[in-house]
Design a protein around this ligand. Structure first.
Ligand code: SF4
Length: 678
């Protein structure tokens, strides 16, 4: 049986290399491979089960046209030619009658590689003069804060966690969505290190975690500032490091003084002494490391919270040693030239925040959105304010195309459905956002049904619109994408310091085809922040009072308290889904989780069907009590589909479409709800 190489496409920092076992042109099983030494043959259940998507009953096999009312999910099969012609003519008509900005492309993530987004699709929508989309549903506040403080500085790599003697896991759950970090956490503890978890849920057992601070959602910024203030009070600010390597630190220290431990503790609903204990353990350990996740950005204070957390290693002088500093995302280190990949003059059309999809569809008038093209994304269940989005998608005058692998919840509202290939059926160039490697995935089976890759379909729409597109495709696009990586990826172009524009990526592609992986050429085995890699800021120093984050980068807004809805709803990723991808067959037993004390106060019992509600909507599911969740917080899993709840609504029906101040990030954890018997 052929064992073929591939790469996991899911939105996960680990980016496992895979061995796909194929028999008679059909996938038999998916295992881990050792091509990526970091994931080393071990994969999670998510991608192991991926054949269920490839061959499952939800797979979209042919182009389809709507036959029933909007949202009815009734479609008839049509040919690709009919579909492409219908789409091209409608886009043309919309552009003529309302202008290009009446077309809204809507995408996020997808195969998480360099080829399936931001290439041919980008050129199509730029050529049409379409509205641009701010992709802010995830990582926008974190990216804004990290970029402002440190520029494009590489993150600490997984293996160096084993060297740390104190690790703070802040707003992340590696057990579910970064599993290859777990052995290094364990190794750190076996070597005498300690681990603290800052999260509303105790997501890891005592085998991994020594201290747990169950902060209330949205209070992380106050806690981090209080820790900085406490470091100053106990004489643990590294003024030497700050004087040499940072700017703006005096203002940060002054700001932190306005968050004494007691104030932060009251906001976070924890004990002041517990915040102090973590700050002191962090200050005295060497090396000490912070794993900053994406949980703390999902509220009105996203940028300020992440900035305060990432300022801690500078204030405490934790950089300059392997196993010290912070780990966030490795993406900035790749330095991908997005404009080179787009290959078309930069657009200047209006920008629409994806978190405002419902509002935009219902309220935008200059011009109104008349054509919505959704790909690599399932906004009907993943974007805030689900009910408003549904009302928008039901508009009879809106022409909606959904291009996806399966018929998603968004797909049921489409006028035309287009079948997309999966990562097992197309070529993709993958970069890991947790570690440092570029990998190539090539088709291991023929497209299922009539599915086609993104690049091909957007190219065909360009042709149907008679728009000339001389940009490279196929193999040439692959070379171009490799050349667009300006970071220190192995290969002669990088080593000789040649500009990527001078190198078409040939050398890298040859090596990639041979080894299946391109590692990074850091000086030393892995990046050491302020040792071998430095901030990408203009003066190569940490900017601890960055103007990009506003006049007060650490300004914290009050909790969006709502008297009738006192509980905070969180919706993190699970061990089955990271986004809504694969949701079609997972989550057969969705529950609302709640602390037993909160359940008792409402006279609710395990297994009972409840309604979780606020002014925006309602979700009906059975209840599960969970003492690992802090009181005052309830939990619904991320990635569920409408079919998984009793009333066909998911957690995003309860999430306001308010956005964070600087980057317009989604505020999922600002949802305030009440729970009652159904
Ligand atoms: S989801 Fe993450 S851990 Fe699971 S196979 Fe993919 S990259 Fe590996």
């Amino acid at each position: 049986m052929p064992h073929l190489h591939s790469v996991c496409p899911l939105d996960c920092p680990d980016r496992c290399s895979l061995q796909v076992n194929v028999e008679a042109g059909r996938i038999v099983s998916i295992d881990g491979s050792r091509v990526n030494p970091l994931t080393d043959g071990f994969i999670c259940a998510k991608v192991r089960d991926f054949p269920r998507r490839v061959y499952g009953p939800d797979r979209l096999l042919h182009p389809m046209r709507r036959t029933g009312p909007k949202g009815s999910g009734r479609f008839d099969r049509i040919t690709w030619d009919e579909a492409l012609e219908t789409i091209a003519r409608r886009l043309e008509t919309v552009r003529t009658e309302f202008g290009g900005e009446a077309i809204l492309p809507f995408s996020y993530g997808g195969s998480n590689g360099l080829l399936t987004q931001g290439t041919t699709d980008e050129r199509l929508f730029r050529a049409l003069g379409a509205s641009r989309l701010a992709r802010t549903v995830c990582a926008a506040p974190t990216g804004a804060a990290a970029g402002a403080l440190y520029g494009k500085m590489a993150s600490v790599d997984f293996p160096d966690f084993a060297r740390a003697r104190f690790i703070i896991i802040w707003g992340a759950n590696p057990k579910h969505s970064n599993i290859h970090l777990m052995p290094y956490l364990k190794a750190a503890r076996e070597a005498g290190g300690r681990v603290a978890l800052i999260d509303p849920r105790r997501t890891m057992s005592a085998a991994y975690v020594d201290m747990h601070l169950p902060v209330f959602p949205g209070s992380d910024g106050a806690v981090a500032l209080a820790m900085i203030g406490h470091l100053e009070r106990i004489g643990r600010v590294d003024r030497d490091f700050l004087a040499r390597h940072a700017t703006g630190w005096e203002r940060l220290l002054k700001r932190a003084r306005s968050y004494p431990l007691e104030r932060a503790a009251a906001l976070a609903r924890v004990e002041a002494r517990d915040i102090a204990a973590i700050a002191e353990a962090y200050a005295t350990a060497e090396p000490a490391l912070i794993r900053c996740g994406w949980g703390l950005e999902r509220n009105r204070n996203g940028e300020a919270a992440v900035a305060a957390v990432l300022a801690l290693p500078a204030v405490a002088g934790k950089f300059g040693v392997a196993g010290g500093g912070y780990a966030l995302t490795s993406s900035p280190a790749y330095q991908v030239d997005d404009e080179r990949l787009a290959g078309a003059p930069e657009a200047t059309t209006r920008v629409i925040n994806m978190n405002h999809l419902g509002r935009t569809l219902l309220e935008e008038t200059s011009p109104p959105v008349k054509a919505l093209f959704v790909y690599n994304c399932n906004p009907a269940v993943t974007v805030p304010d689900q009910n408003r989005i549904r009302r928008g998608l039901l508009r009879e005058d809106l022409f909606t195309v959904v291009f996806d692998q399966v018929v998603t919840d968004t797909g049921t509202y489409a006028d035309v459905l287009l079948p997309a290939t999966t990562f097992l059926e197309h070529t993709e160039l993958s970069t890991s956002y947790g570690t440092y490697a570029v990998m190539l995935g090539e088709p291991v089976i023929a497209p299922v049904g009539e599915a086609r890759p993104n690049e091909e379909v957007f190219g065909q729409i360009l042709r149907a619109l008679r728009i000339e597109d001389p940009y490279p495709r196929g193999e040439a696009l692959l070379r171009e994408a490799l050349g667009a990586i300006e970071g220190p990826v192995a290969g002669p172009a990088a080593r000789q310091g040649a500009r990527p524009a001078d190198s078409p990526g040939d050398e890298r592609l040859d090596r990639l085809r041979r080894d299946r992986i391109l590692p990074f050429d850091f000086p030393g085995p892995r990046p050491v922040q302020f040792g071998t890699v430095f901030p990408g800021t203009p003066d190569r120093r940490a900017d601890l009072w960055p103007a990009e984050l506003g006049r007060d980068p650490y300004l914290l807004l009050d909790d969006p308290a709502d008297a009738g809805h006192p509980l905070a709803l969180i919706s993190p990723a699970t061990d089955r889904t990271i986004s809504s991808t694969l949701g079609e067959y997972n989550h057969s037993d969705v529950r609302l989780e709640m602390h037993p004390r909160d359940a008792e106060a409402r006279d609710l019992r395990d297994g009972q069907e409840v309604r979780v509600y606020n002014a925006l909507g309602e979700v009906r599911v059975p209840l599960r009590t969970n003492p690992e969740l802090r009181p005052g917080v309830v939990y619904l899993p991320k990635g569920i589909w409408n079919r998984h709840t009793k009333n066909g609504s998911v957690g995003t029906a309860l999430v306001p479409d308010t956005v964070s101040a600087v980057s317009g990030g989604a505020c999922f954890n600002d949802a305030r709800v009440e729970v009652a018997p159904a």
